[in-house]
Design a protein around this ligand. Structure first.
Ligand code: NDP
Ligand code: 2IT
Length: 451
Protein backbone atom coordinates (compact mmCIF):
# COMPACT_ATOMS: atom_id res chain seq x y z
CA UNK A 1 0.00 0.00 0.00
CA UNK A 2 1.20 3.52 -0.75
CA UNK A 3 1.89 5.96 2.07
CA UNK A 4 -1.38 7.79 1.33
CA UNK A 5 -3.48 4.63 1.07
CA UNK A 6 -2.21 3.80 4.58
CA UNK A 7 -3.39 7.17 5.90
CA UNK A 8 -6.78 6.66 4.22
CA UNK A 9 -7.08 3.14 5.65
CA UNK A 10 -6.55 4.48 9.18
CA UNK A 11 -9.41 6.99 8.71
CA UNK A 12 -11.61 4.28 7.19
CA UNK A 13 -11.06 2.12 10.24
CA UNK A 14 -11.84 4.86 12.77
CA UNK A 15 -14.70 6.62 10.96
CA UNK A 16 -16.33 3.65 9.25
CA UNK A 17 -19.80 4.98 10.05
CA UNK A 18 -19.28 8.27 8.16
CA UNK A 19 -19.46 7.47 4.42
CA UNK A 20 -19.59 11.07 3.15
CA UNK A 21 -16.60 12.02 5.28
CA UNK A 22 -14.65 8.97 4.06
CA UNK A 23 -15.50 9.91 0.48
CA UNK A 24 -14.19 13.46 0.94
CA UNK A 25 -11.01 12.19 2.65
CA UNK A 26 -10.41 9.71 -0.13
CA UNK A 27 -10.93 12.34 -2.82
CA UNK A 28 -8.60 14.86 -1.19
CA UNK A 29 -5.83 12.58 0.07
CA UNK A 30 -5.59 10.52 -3.13
CA UNK A 31 -4.96 13.68 -5.08
CA UNK A 32 -2.34 14.83 -2.56
CA UNK A 33 -0.16 11.79 -3.34
CA UNK A 34 2.29 13.89 -5.45
CA UNK A 35 2.98 16.15 -2.45
CA UNK A 36 4.45 13.29 -0.43
CA UNK A 37 7.74 13.12 -2.37
CA UNK A 38 8.11 16.91 -2.51
CA UNK A 39 7.46 17.45 1.20
CA UNK A 40 9.20 14.91 3.46
CA UNK A 41 8.73 17.52 6.21
CA UNK A 42 4.93 17.08 5.95
CA UNK A 43 5.36 13.32 6.28
CA UNK A 44 7.69 13.60 9.26
CA UNK A 45 5.30 15.96 11.09
CA UNK A 46 2.42 13.58 10.18
CA UNK A 47 0.43 16.47 8.68
CA UNK A 48 -1.71 14.08 6.60
CA UNK A 49 -2.81 12.09 9.65
CA UNK A 50 -3.42 15.27 11.63
CA UNK A 51 -5.46 17.19 9.07
CA UNK A 52 -8.19 14.52 8.87
CA UNK A 53 -9.06 14.88 12.57
CA UNK A 54 -11.07 17.98 13.53
CA UNK A 55 -9.68 20.36 16.16
CA UNK A 56 -12.97 19.69 17.94
CA UNK A 57 -16.51 18.45 17.33
CA UNK A 58 -19.29 20.10 19.31
CA UNK A 59 -22.52 18.08 19.57
CA UNK A 60 -25.50 19.44 21.43
CA UNK A 61 -29.21 19.06 21.99
CA UNK A 62 -31.65 21.68 20.69
CA UNK A 63 -34.99 21.55 22.54
CA UNK A 64 -37.75 23.92 21.37
CA UNK A 65 -41.53 24.25 21.50
CA UNK A 66 -43.64 24.05 18.31
CA UNK A 67 -46.84 25.99 17.51
CA UNK A 68 -48.99 23.28 19.14
CA UNK A 69 -47.06 23.62 22.39
CA UNK A 70 -45.27 20.28 21.91
CA UNK A 71 -41.62 19.88 22.87
CA UNK A 72 -39.37 19.09 19.91
CA UNK A 73 -35.76 17.97 20.11
CA UNK A 74 -33.13 18.23 17.40
CA UNK A 75 -29.42 17.53 17.23
CA UNK A 76 -26.97 20.40 16.83
CA UNK A 77 -23.42 20.18 15.43
CA UNK A 78 -20.45 22.48 14.98
CA UNK A 79 -17.23 20.93 13.72
CA UNK A 80 -14.26 23.28 14.15
CA UNK A 81 -11.95 21.45 11.79
CA UNK A 82 -8.83 23.55 11.36
CA UNK A 83 -7.90 27.15 12.24
CA UNK A 84 -4.27 27.16 11.08
CA UNK A 85 -4.76 30.06 8.64
CA UNK A 86 -7.69 31.99 10.14
CA UNK A 87 -10.77 31.83 12.37
CA UNK A 88 -13.01 28.81 11.81
CA UNK A 89 -15.38 29.67 8.97
CA UNK A 90 -18.19 27.76 7.28
CA UNK A 91 -21.93 27.48 6.98
CA UNK A 92 -24.76 25.93 8.96
CA UNK A 93 -27.03 23.36 7.29
CA UNK A 94 -30.57 22.65 8.52
CA UNK A 95 -31.82 19.49 6.82
CA UNK A 96 -33.19 16.17 8.14
CA UNK A 97 -30.24 14.29 6.59
CA UNK A 98 -27.69 16.14 8.73
CA UNK A 99 -25.49 13.91 10.89
CA UNK A 100 -21.92 13.90 12.17
CA UNK A 101 -20.43 12.40 8.99
CA UNK A 102 -22.09 14.95 6.72
CA UNK A 103 -20.96 17.91 8.80
CA UNK A 104 -17.44 16.43 9.00
CA UNK A 105 -17.26 16.04 5.21
CA UNK A 106 -18.41 19.63 4.73
CA UNK A 107 -16.01 20.96 7.38
CA UNK A 108 -13.10 19.02 5.89
CA UNK A 109 -13.76 20.34 2.37
CA UNK A 110 -14.11 23.86 3.79
CA UNK A 111 -10.47 23.85 5.02
CA UNK A 112 -9.13 23.65 1.47
CA UNK A 113 -11.83 25.81 -0.11
CA UNK A 114 -11.21 28.63 2.35
CA UNK A 115 -7.47 28.37 1.84
CA UNK A 116 -7.95 28.73 -1.93
CA UNK A 117 -9.88 32.00 -1.53
CA UNK A 118 -6.62 33.79 -0.57
CA UNK A 119 -8.39 35.13 2.55
CA UNK A 120 -7.46 34.18 6.13
CA UNK A 121 -10.16 31.67 7.04
CA UNK A 122 -9.99 28.26 8.71
CA UNK A 123 -12.44 25.43 8.04
CA UNK A 124 -15.65 24.61 9.94
CA UNK A 125 -19.24 23.53 9.38
CA UNK A 126 -22.31 23.05 11.51
CA UNK A 127 -26.01 22.51 11.44
CA UNK A 128 -28.89 20.43 12.63
CA UNK A 129 -31.28 17.68 11.53
CA UNK A 130 -34.06 20.28 11.90
CA UNK A 131 -36.28 20.51 8.80
CA UNK A 132 -37.42 24.09 8.10
CA UNK A 133 -39.84 22.80 5.45
CA UNK A 134 -43.46 23.12 6.54
CA UNK A 135 -42.53 25.03 9.72
CA UNK A 136 -44.02 28.44 10.50
CA UNK A 137 -41.79 31.51 10.81
CA UNK A 138 -42.47 31.37 14.53
CA UNK A 139 -41.25 27.78 14.77
CA UNK A 140 -38.14 28.55 12.73
CA UNK A 141 -37.42 31.49 15.04
CA UNK A 142 -37.81 29.38 18.18
CA UNK A 143 -35.59 26.70 16.74
CA UNK A 144 -32.89 29.21 15.72
CA UNK A 145 -32.94 30.77 19.17
CA UNK A 146 -32.63 27.38 20.86
CA UNK A 147 -29.75 26.48 18.52
CA UNK A 148 -27.93 29.74 19.27
CA UNK A 149 -28.44 29.42 23.02
CA UNK A 150 -25.79 26.68 22.90
CA UNK A 151 -23.76 27.71 19.85
CA UNK A 152 -23.01 31.25 21.06
CA UNK A 153 -20.42 30.10 23.60
CA UNK A 154 -18.33 28.42 20.89
CA UNK A 155 -18.20 31.21 18.29
CA UNK A 156 -16.83 34.75 18.00
CA UNK A 157 -15.50 37.13 15.34
CA UNK A 158 -11.91 35.90 15.83
CA UNK A 159 -12.87 32.35 16.81
CA UNK A 160 -15.55 30.95 14.56
CA UNK A 161 -17.89 32.73 12.12
CA UNK A 162 -20.82 30.61 10.82
CA UNK A 163 -23.02 31.44 7.80
CA UNK A 164 -25.77 29.80 5.73
CA UNK A 165 -25.97 26.58 3.73
CA UNK A 166 -28.91 24.32 2.80
CA UNK A 167 -31.98 25.41 4.79
CA UNK A 168 -30.23 28.43 6.28
CA UNK A 169 -30.82 31.67 4.38
CA UNK A 170 -31.49 35.30 5.20
CA UNK A 171 -34.43 34.51 7.52
CA UNK A 172 -32.49 31.99 9.63
CA UNK A 173 -29.32 34.13 9.78
CA UNK A 174 -31.46 37.04 11.03
CA UNK A 175 -32.96 34.97 13.86
CA UNK A 176 -29.60 33.42 14.78
CA UNK A 177 -27.80 36.77 14.83
CA UNK A 178 -30.58 38.51 16.77
CA UNK A 179 -30.36 35.86 19.47
CA UNK A 180 -26.55 36.11 19.60
CA UNK A 181 -26.69 39.89 20.09
CA UNK A 182 -29.23 39.49 22.87
CA UNK A 183 -27.05 36.97 24.74
CA UNK A 184 -23.63 38.61 24.43
CA UNK A 185 -24.71 42.26 24.38
CA UNK A 186 -22.16 43.17 21.69
CA UNK A 187 -22.70 43.99 18.04
CA UNK A 188 -19.89 41.94 16.53
CA UNK A 189 -19.45 40.21 13.18
CA UNK A 190 -20.12 36.66 14.30
CA UNK A 191 -22.17 35.50 11.32
CA UNK A 192 -21.97 36.28 7.61
CA UNK A 193 -24.81 36.39 5.15
CA UNK A 194 -26.42 39.03 7.37
CA UNK A 195 -29.08 41.44 6.12
CA UNK A 196 -27.76 44.66 4.55
CA UNK A 197 -29.27 46.69 7.40
CA UNK A 198 -27.18 44.92 10.03
CA UNK A 199 -23.72 44.41 8.57
CA UNK A 200 -24.33 42.18 5.55
CA UNK A 201 -22.35 42.60 2.35
CA UNK A 202 -23.73 43.43 -1.05
CA UNK A 203 -23.31 40.48 -3.45
CA UNK A 204 -23.15 37.87 -0.64
CA UNK A 205 -26.51 36.34 -1.66
CA UNK A 206 -25.32 36.20 -5.29
CA UNK A 207 -21.73 35.20 -4.58
CA UNK A 208 -21.77 31.40 -4.77
CA UNK A 209 -23.80 31.24 -7.99
CA UNK A 210 -21.97 34.13 -9.66
CA UNK A 211 -18.65 32.59 -8.61
CA UNK A 212 -19.53 29.19 -10.09
CA UNK A 213 -20.26 30.86 -13.44
CA UNK A 214 -17.09 33.00 -13.27
CA UNK A 215 -15.15 29.80 -12.60
CA UNK A 216 -16.75 28.05 -15.59
CA UNK A 217 -15.88 31.07 -17.76
CA UNK A 218 -12.24 30.85 -16.64
CA UNK A 219 -12.09 27.14 -17.46
CA UNK A 220 -13.73 27.67 -20.86
CA UNK A 221 -11.30 30.48 -21.69
CA UNK A 222 -8.42 27.97 -21.59
CA UNK A 223 -10.06 26.44 -24.69
CA UNK A 224 -10.96 29.78 -26.27
CA UNK A 225 -14.63 29.25 -25.46
CA UNK A 226 -17.16 31.43 -23.61
CA UNK A 227 -20.33 30.91 -21.62
CA UNK A 228 -22.30 32.95 -24.15
CA UNK A 229 -24.63 30.92 -26.37
CA UNK A 230 -24.23 27.73 -24.30
CA UNK A 231 -27.12 25.62 -23.02
CA UNK A 232 -26.79 25.06 -19.27
CA UNK A 233 -28.27 22.51 -16.87
CA UNK A 234 -28.69 23.63 -13.26
CA UNK A 235 -29.96 21.47 -10.39
CA UNK A 236 -31.62 22.81 -7.26
CA UNK A 237 -33.63 26.01 -7.03
CA UNK A 238 -32.21 27.49 -3.84
CA UNK A 239 -29.67 30.22 -3.24
CA UNK A 240 -26.86 28.80 -5.36
CA UNK A 241 -29.05 27.72 -8.29
CA UNK A 242 -30.91 31.06 -8.40
CA UNK A 243 -27.83 33.23 -8.79
CA UNK A 244 -26.09 30.77 -11.09
CA UNK A 245 -29.08 31.20 -13.39
CA UNK A 246 -29.00 34.99 -13.03
CA UNK A 247 -25.34 35.23 -14.04
CA UNK A 248 -25.81 32.75 -16.91
CA UNK A 249 -28.64 34.90 -18.28
CA UNK A 250 -26.48 38.04 -17.95
CA UNK A 251 -23.65 36.37 -19.86
CA UNK A 252 -25.89 35.22 -22.70
CA UNK A 253 -26.19 31.51 -21.87
CA UNK A 254 -29.46 29.56 -21.89
CA UNK A 255 -30.30 27.88 -18.54
CA UNK A 256 -32.91 25.16 -19.15
CA UNK A 257 -33.36 23.14 -15.94
CA UNK A 258 -34.20 23.60 -12.27
CA UNK A 259 -35.21 21.13 -9.57
CA UNK A 260 -36.06 20.62 -5.95
CA UNK A 261 -36.33 17.54 -3.76
CA UNK A 262 -39.66 16.66 -5.44
CA UNK A 263 -38.68 16.76 -9.11
CA UNK A 264 -37.21 18.49 -12.15
CA UNK A 265 -38.46 21.14 -14.57
CA UNK A 266 -37.15 21.43 -18.13
CA UNK A 267 -37.73 24.71 -19.96
CA UNK A 268 -36.08 24.36 -23.35
CA UNK A 269 -37.02 27.91 -24.36
CA UNK A 270 -34.68 29.01 -21.55
CA UNK A 271 -35.24 30.52 -18.12
CA UNK A 272 -35.18 34.31 -18.62
CA UNK A 273 -35.04 37.18 -16.14
CA UNK A 274 -38.81 37.30 -15.68
CA UNK A 275 -39.09 33.56 -15.05
CA UNK A 276 -36.19 33.81 -12.61
CA UNK A 277 -38.11 36.47 -10.66
CA UNK A 278 -40.95 33.97 -10.39
CA UNK A 279 -38.53 31.33 -9.01
CA UNK A 280 -37.11 33.78 -6.44
CA UNK A 281 -40.55 34.73 -5.22
CA UNK A 282 -41.74 31.11 -5.22
CA UNK A 283 -38.76 29.64 -3.35
CA UNK A 284 -37.66 32.49 -1.06
CA UNK A 285 -41.00 33.97 0.04
CA UNK A 286 -43.85 31.57 -0.67
CA UNK A 287 -41.54 28.59 -0.02
CA UNK A 288 -43.45 26.59 -2.64
CA UNK A 289 -42.56 23.65 -4.90
CA UNK A 290 -40.79 23.99 -8.24
CA UNK A 291 -43.61 22.06 -9.97
CA UNK A 292 -45.52 25.39 -9.85
CA UNK A 293 -43.06 26.75 -12.42
CA UNK A 294 -43.98 23.93 -14.81
CA UNK A 295 -47.69 24.68 -14.32
CA UNK A 296 -47.26 28.42 -14.81
CA UNK A 297 -45.08 28.22 -17.92
CA UNK A 298 -46.56 25.01 -19.30
CA UNK A 299 -43.30 23.09 -19.55
CA UNK A 300 -42.46 19.45 -18.70
CA UNK A 301 -42.09 18.41 -15.05
CA UNK A 302 -40.53 15.11 -14.03
CA UNK A 303 -41.62 14.13 -10.51
CA UNK A 304 -39.09 12.25 -8.35
CA UNK A 305 -36.37 12.67 -11.00
CA UNK A 306 -33.11 14.55 -10.66
CA UNK A 307 -31.92 16.88 -13.41
CA UNK A 308 -29.20 14.35 -14.25
CA UNK A 309 -31.69 11.46 -14.56
CA UNK A 310 -33.81 13.57 -16.90
CA UNK A 311 -30.83 14.46 -19.09
CA UNK A 312 -29.96 10.75 -19.34
CA UNK A 313 -33.49 9.48 -19.93
CA UNK A 314 -34.62 12.23 -22.31
CA UNK A 315 -31.28 12.71 -24.10
CA UNK A 316 -31.42 16.39 -23.32
CA UNK A 317 -28.61 18.31 -25.05
CA UNK A 318 -26.58 20.54 -22.72
CA UNK A 319 -23.15 22.16 -22.93
CA UNK A 320 -22.58 23.22 -19.32
CA UNK A 321 -23.57 21.62 -16.00
CA UNK A 322 -23.96 23.41 -12.66
CA UNK A 323 -24.98 20.86 -10.00
CA UNK A 324 -26.27 23.15 -7.23
CA UNK A 325 -28.42 21.04 -4.90
CA UNK A 326 -26.64 18.48 -2.71
CA UNK A 327 -23.88 15.86 -2.38
CA UNK A 328 -23.69 12.80 -4.66
CA UNK A 329 -26.37 13.93 -7.11
CA UNK A 330 -24.31 12.77 -10.13
CA UNK A 331 -23.17 9.15 -10.44
CA UNK A 332 -21.17 7.41 -13.15
CA UNK A 333 -24.17 6.72 -15.41
CA UNK A 334 -25.37 10.29 -15.25
CA UNK A 335 -21.87 11.64 -15.84
CA UNK A 336 -21.54 9.46 -18.96
CA UNK A 337 -24.94 10.62 -20.20
CA UNK A 338 -23.97 14.27 -19.65
CA UNK A 339 -20.93 13.86 -21.84
CA UNK A 340 -22.82 11.90 -24.51
CA UNK A 341 -25.31 14.77 -24.63
CA UNK A 342 -22.66 17.38 -25.36
CA UNK A 343 -21.49 18.64 -21.97
CA UNK A 344 -17.80 19.55 -21.74
CA UNK A 345 -17.81 21.71 -18.61
CA UNK A 346 -19.00 20.93 -15.06
CA UNK A 347 -18.77 23.67 -12.44
CA UNK A 348 -19.86 22.46 -9.01
CA UNK A 349 -22.05 24.91 -7.07
CA UNK A 350 -23.02 22.27 -4.51
CA UNK A 351 -20.54 20.55 -2.21
CA UNK A 352 -19.35 17.14 -3.51
CA UNK A 353 -22.27 16.77 -5.98
CA UNK A 354 -20.33 14.29 -8.14
CA UNK A 355 -19.43 10.92 -6.67
CA UNK A 356 -15.94 9.46 -7.12
CA UNK A 357 -16.94 7.41 -10.19
CA UNK A 358 -18.54 10.44 -11.88
CA UNK A 359 -15.32 12.41 -11.34
CA UNK A 360 -13.34 9.63 -13.03
CA UNK A 361 -15.67 9.87 -16.03
CA UNK A 362 -15.06 13.65 -16.32
CA UNK A 363 -11.31 13.30 -16.04
CA UNK A 364 -11.11 10.42 -18.53
CA UNK A 365 -13.15 12.39 -21.07
CA UNK A 366 -11.26 15.68 -20.95
CA UNK A 367 -14.22 17.53 -19.39
CA UNK A 368 -13.42 20.92 -17.85
CA UNK A 369 -14.21 19.85 -14.30
CA UNK A 370 -14.34 22.59 -11.63
CA UNK A 371 -14.48 20.78 -8.27
CA UNK A 372 -16.71 22.26 -5.58
CA UNK A 373 -13.96 23.59 -3.37
CA UNK A 374 -12.75 25.78 -6.23
CA UNK A 375 -15.95 26.46 -8.19
CA UNK A 376 -18.25 27.31 -5.26
CA UNK A 377 -15.68 29.18 -3.16
CA UNK A 378 -17.19 32.53 -4.19
CA UNK A 379 -19.78 32.30 -1.39
CA UNK A 380 -17.34 31.93 1.45
CA UNK A 381 -14.97 34.39 -0.27
CA UNK A 382 -17.60 37.13 -0.08
CA UNK A 383 -18.30 36.02 3.49
CA UNK A 384 -14.62 36.80 4.08
CA UNK A 385 -15.16 40.20 2.46
CA UNK A 386 -18.17 40.74 4.73
CA UNK A 387 -15.88 40.10 7.72
CA UNK A 388 -13.34 42.61 6.34
CA UNK A 389 -16.01 45.29 5.86
CA UNK A 390 -17.38 44.65 9.35
CA UNK A 391 -13.88 44.89 10.86
CA UNK A 392 -13.33 48.23 9.09
CA UNK A 393 -16.87 49.35 9.88
CA UNK A 394 -17.26 50.29 6.21
CA UNK A 395 -19.41 49.02 3.33
CA UNK A 396 -18.16 48.49 -0.18
CA UNK A 397 -20.33 49.08 -3.25
CA UNK A 398 -21.77 46.26 -5.36
CA UNK A 399 -19.14 46.92 -8.02
CA UNK A 400 -16.29 46.82 -5.50
CA UNK A 401 -17.42 43.47 -4.04
CA UNK A 402 -18.21 41.96 -7.44
CA UNK A 403 -14.78 43.02 -8.76
CA UNK A 404 -13.09 41.44 -5.78
CA UNK A 405 -15.16 38.27 -6.24
CA UNK A 406 -14.13 38.06 -9.90
CA UNK A 407 -10.47 38.57 -8.99
CA UNK A 408 -10.69 35.86 -6.33
CA UNK A 409 -12.32 33.37 -8.74
CA UNK A 410 -9.59 34.12 -11.31
CA UNK A 411 -6.94 33.63 -8.67
CA UNK A 412 -8.43 30.30 -7.54
CA UNK A 413 -8.52 29.14 -11.16
CA UNK A 414 -4.94 30.23 -11.69
CA UNK A 415 -3.55 28.62 -8.54
CA UNK A 416 -5.38 25.34 -9.24
CA UNK A 417 -4.10 25.34 -12.82
CA UNK A 418 -0.53 26.15 -11.76
CA UNK A 419 -0.49 23.49 -9.05
CA UNK A 420 -1.83 20.92 -11.51
CA UNK A 421 1.06 21.76 -13.84
CA UNK A 422 3.73 21.79 -11.11
CA UNK A 423 2.61 18.40 -9.88
CA UNK A 424 2.45 16.81 -13.33
CA UNK A 425 -1.24 16.69 -14.26
CA UNK A 426 -1.87 19.90 -16.13
CA UNK A 427 -5.54 20.87 -16.45
CA UNK A 428 -6.70 18.53 -13.66
CA UNK A 429 -8.41 21.13 -11.46
CA UNK A 430 -9.27 18.56 -8.81
CA UNK A 431 -5.65 17.69 -8.08
CA UNK A 432 -4.61 21.33 -8.54
CA UNK A 433 -7.23 22.76 -6.17
CA UNK A 434 -6.58 20.13 -3.52
CA UNK A 435 -2.83 20.61 -3.60
CA UNK A 436 -2.96 24.41 -3.70
CA UNK A 437 -5.49 24.57 -0.85
CA UNK A 438 -3.69 21.96 1.23
CA UNK A 439 -0.13 23.25 0.88
CA UNK A 440 -0.82 26.62 2.51
CA UNK A 441 -2.56 25.03 5.50
CA UNK A 442 0.11 22.31 5.82
CA UNK A 443 2.91 24.88 5.86
CA UNK A 444 1.16 26.83 8.61
CA UNK A 445 0.67 23.63 10.62
CA UNK A 446 4.34 22.79 10.14
CA UNK A 447 5.40 26.23 11.40
CA UNK A 448 3.34 25.78 14.57
CA UNK A 449 5.16 22.57 15.61
CA UNK A 450 3.31 19.67 17.17
CA UNK A 451 0.19 21.25 18.68
P1 NDP B 1 -30.84 26.05 -0.41
O1 NDP B 1 -31.41 25.49 0.83
O2 NDP B 1 -31.04 27.48 -0.73
O3 NDP B 1 -31.32 25.21 -1.68
C1 NDP B 1 -31.07 23.84 -1.77
C2 NDP B 1 -31.72 23.31 -3.02
O4 NDP B 1 -31.30 21.95 -3.22
C3 NDP B 1 -33.23 23.28 -2.93
O5 NDP B 1 -33.75 23.43 -4.21
C4 NDP B 1 -33.49 21.88 -2.37
O6 NDP B 1 -34.78 21.38 -2.67
C5 NDP B 1 -32.44 21.08 -3.09
N1 NDP B 1 -32.04 19.92 -2.24
C6 NDP B 1 -31.39 19.97 -1.06
N2 NDP B 1 -31.21 18.74 -0.57
C7 NDP B 1 -31.75 17.90 -1.46
C8 NDP B 1 -31.88 16.50 -1.52
N3 NDP B 1 -31.37 15.71 -0.55
N4 NDP B 1 -32.49 15.98 -2.61
C9 NDP B 1 -32.95 16.78 -3.61
N5 NDP B 1 -32.87 18.12 -3.59
C10 NDP B 1 -32.28 18.67 -2.54
O7 NDP B 1 -29.27 25.72 -0.32
P2 NDP B 1 -28.06 26.36 -1.14
O8 NDP B 1 -28.49 26.75 -2.50
O9 NDP B 1 -27.42 27.36 -0.27
O10 NDP B 1 -27.06 25.12 -1.22
C11 NDP B 1 -27.03 24.22 -2.31
C12 NDP B 1 -25.68 23.52 -2.35
O11 NDP B 1 -24.63 24.51 -2.48
C13 NDP B 1 -25.32 22.72 -1.10
O12 NDP B 1 -24.52 21.61 -1.49
C14 NDP B 1 -24.45 23.68 -0.30
O13 NDP B 1 -23.60 23.02 0.60
C15 NDP B 1 -23.69 24.35 -1.43
N6 NDP B 1 -23.08 25.64 -1.15
C16 NDP B 1 -23.81 26.69 -0.67
C17 NDP B 1 -23.20 27.92 -0.46
C18 NDP B 1 -23.98 29.11 -0.02
O14 NDP B 1 -23.37 30.19 0.09
N7 NDP B 1 -25.26 29.02 0.23
C19 NDP B 1 -21.78 28.11 -0.68
C20 NDP B 1 -21.11 26.97 -1.27
C21 NDP B 1 -21.76 25.80 -1.45
P3 NDP B 1 -35.95 21.54 -1.57
O15 NDP B 1 -36.34 22.98 -1.60
O16 NDP B 1 -37.02 20.62 -2.03
O17 NDP B 1 -35.35 21.12 -0.27
O1 2IT C 1 -20.18 25.62 1.63
C1 2IT C 1 -19.93 26.83 1.77
O2 2IT C 1 -18.86 27.33 1.39
C2 2IT C 1 -20.94 27.68 2.40
N1 2IT C 1 -22.02 27.19 2.73
C3 2IT C 1 -20.66 29.13 2.67
C4 2IT C 1 -19.90 29.27 3.96
C5 2IT C 1 -19.68 30.69 4.43
O3 2IT C 1 -19.09 30.81 5.51
O4 2IT C 1 -20.04 31.65 3.75
Amino acid sequence: MSFMQDVIARVQEKDADQPEFLQAVQEVLTSLEPTVKKHPDFVKARIYDRIVIPDRAILFRVPWVDDRGEVQINRGFRIQFNNAIGPYKGGLRFHPSVNLGIIKFLGFEQIFKNSLTTLPMGGAKGGSDFDPKGKSDNEVMHFCQAFMRELYRHIGPDTDVPAGDIGVGAREVGYLYGCYLKIVNANVSVLTGKGLEFGGSLIRPEATGYGAVYFAAEMLSTRNQTVSGKVAAISGSGNVAQYTIEKLIQLGAKPITISDSNGTVVDEAGIDAEKLQFILELKNFRRGRISEYAEKYNVPYYPEKSVWDVIREQNLKVNLAFPSAHENEINQLNAEALINNGCNCVSEGANMPSDLDAIKVYLNNNVLYGPAKAANAGGVAVSGLEMSQNAMRLNWTREEVDNRLQLIMKSIHQSALEASETYGCKGNYLVGANIAGFTKVAKAMLAYGIV
